[in-house]
Write a protein that binds this ligand. Structure first.
Ligand SMILES: Nc1ncnc2c1ncn2[C@@H]1O[C@H](COP(=O)(O)OP(=O)(O)O)[C@@H](O)[C@H]1O
Ligand SMILES: [Mg+2]
Length: 214
């Protein structure tokens, strides 16, 4: 039950790019795995993700946003992650509980201890065994995310709504992630996300290999 690995970091830091490449690596190593992502990872999670895209004429305040992410996580963990772990698969997840602490806590300013409590409830107390944090200056990440949005067109990400937030918001999130990593050095691996894609991938592989064999 301990083979959950999460990929975290700010907009455009390379999580989705790197998780795909990590999947190819695990495939070559013949390690059974699934790749999943938040918000999403279940039918309900995908419906919530659509709501979070916020294309409609409604507002989502910080508190409501928090519970939408938590509702998606509660379903995702029980419907997808726990069954995969029980069938001895390694689960790599694109964002998880740390993202809520970083975005809704450090970013939106909601109470961190409260978020920790409901994170435990939503995730059935499941904690990642290893979290890879791609660290990147907020400016660079936003530039990359803008480029990605322009390229992807319709295939929008639930993260796109955060892209409209201020630079200060994104800086707070970066600092928030780094402070979470300092608090749990045994779980976090920090990778400099400003290196090129293949250099970052090599570092991811080193951590994955140590995890698999360790
Ligand atoms: N190390 C990198 N250097 C330059 N561009 C990158 C790097 N990693 C990812 N990108 C590009 O930046 C954009 C955002 O990457 P993505 O993996 O979607 O980030 P995230 O999932 O963390 O938001 C994509 O267009 C991707 O090709
Ligand atoms: Mg992504």
């Amino acid at each position: 039950m301990e083979r959950l690995i999460t990929f975290e970091g700010t907009e455009g830091c390379g999580k989705t790019t790197q998780i795909r490449m990590a999947g190819e690596y695990l495939g070559q190593r013949r390690v059974p795995f699934i790749i999943t992502a938040e918000p999403g990872g279940s039918a309900l999670g995908n419906r919530i993700r659509e709501i979070l895209l916020n294309r409609g004429p409604y507002e989502i305040n910080a508190e409501a946003e928090l519970f939408l992410f938590m509702a998606a996580r509660a379903q995702h963990v029980r419907e997808t992650i726990i069954p995969a772990l029980r069938s001895d698969k390694l689960v790599i997840c694109d964002r998880f509980s740390d993202a809520t602490l970083a975005y809704q806590g450090f970013g939106r300013g909601l109470d961190i201890d409260f978020i920790r409590q409901i994170n435990l409830f939503a995730s059935a107390s499941l904690k990642p065994a290893m979290t890879i944090l791609f660290d990147l200056p907020a400016e660079e990440g936003l530039m990359r995310a803008k480029k990605r949005i322009a390229q992807n067109g319709k295939e929008a990400s639930a993260e796109d709504r955060f892209e409209q937030e201020t630079l200060a918001f994104h800086r707070n999130i970066r600092e928030g992630y780094l402070s979470l990593a300092r608090g749990e050095p045994g779980r976090f691996r920090i990778i400099d996300g400003s290196k090129d894609i293949s250099a970052v991938h090599r570092e991811v592989c080193v951590h994955m290999e140590a995890f698999i064999t360790g």
